[in-house]
Design a protein around this ligand. Sequence first.
Ligand code: PLP
Length: 427
Amino acid sequence: MSGERIMNEEKSRSLFEASKHLMPGGVNSPVRAYRNVGRIPRFIQKASGSHITDADGNTYIDYVCSWGPAILGHSHPKVVEAVVKAASCGLSFGAPTEAELKLARLVNRFMPNVESLRLVSSGTEAVMSAIRLARGYTGRDKIIKFRGCYHGHSDAMLVKAGSGALTGSAPDSAGVTSGASRDTLVAEYNSIESVKALFEANPHQVAAVIVEPIAANMGVVIPKDEFLDGLRQITSECGALLIFDEVITGFRLSFGGAAEYFGIGPDLVTLGKIIGGGMPMGAYGGRREIMEMVAPSGKVYQAGTLSGNPMATAAGIATLEEILVHREMYSLLDAKGAKIEKALKAKFGDGATVNRAGSLLSVFFAKGPVDSYDSVMRSDLEKFRAFFSHMLDRGIYLPPSQYEAWFVSLAHDDEDIRRTCQAINDF
Ligand SMILES: *Cc1c(COP(=O)(O)O)cnc(C)c1O
């Protein structure tokens, strides 16, 4: 094949073999192990802008972008500078700082719905806490989530629809008790009917519906026109809260996230990824009246030794400030995403479906429309594997799973996009 690069992967291979003895699967988060694609995971040494370099010295154009945080590109000078400066003043105090107030003000400016917020250290923690808050606020136990949406790995979110799915679910991981999964109900993404059925079968018991406003953890699935509106309506009618899990979509599609993008006001929002600018951070927030239930104001307990960590807070502030400066940022990102979408469509035609929202996209090797969990599951995984491998060998670092989104950053320049489109075309 023309332009094929022969890559050395010996160092990554030997690091992976050694890691397997000391870490489960050789990694600290499952998708990194490349199990779905049957290749050796790249051990990354450094990253700058749109490029990452592995332990063997190969450099790739990166569309993982740390799974979202690197929206400005890796090692953005202003973000790195802010972190270094913060580090030189102390790594952690366990006491409030002015920087946390600054970040809270920034988030509130981006997302007026977030009248009050709490900083935590991961998206998982943000969701786990928001769910506890929704239960505490409503005095109800049950939560509705959607099949194919990912909300981190807290027990209540690791469930699948089992038998008797209308009134309870089954654990989707060993170690999750049936008690923990019983109170989580599973609906179908883009099906308001499935949500209605759950509300009808569980009257006055549902504390909240949690949804990825654009699903991005089964690959990208766009909400149908009436779906999010329908969720807003039914939750309001039934006295349940609507939680938008914007860990991916927050600051990704517009300044105000999906809530602004679709013009829908959720009661609570969870944030992660971009808000930490590459450092470990998450947040949950929303209507002040609800947030006042959180300790020490209210009776819902939640705490964190490293919450509002100075370096993470500094990275978050620097990232959001940089986004604010780039008024045209989201249209630039959209244009980059559109070019890649066009190349994929030209290459695969009816043989694949491209779902895209701005700089978030997926190519499914399945006939369209791909608008539900079931249609996602019809994808040809063999074809994905072959495509992934081809792109990796051409120096294009894609998410190693059919069910993950590609992330385009501001640092992807015309030459990166051109090389990416060329590699797609050469498959
Ligand atoms: C990544 C993600 C999470 C979990 O965040 P972590 O920081 O990995 O714990 C939660 N929800 C969504 C939508 C995510 O994409």
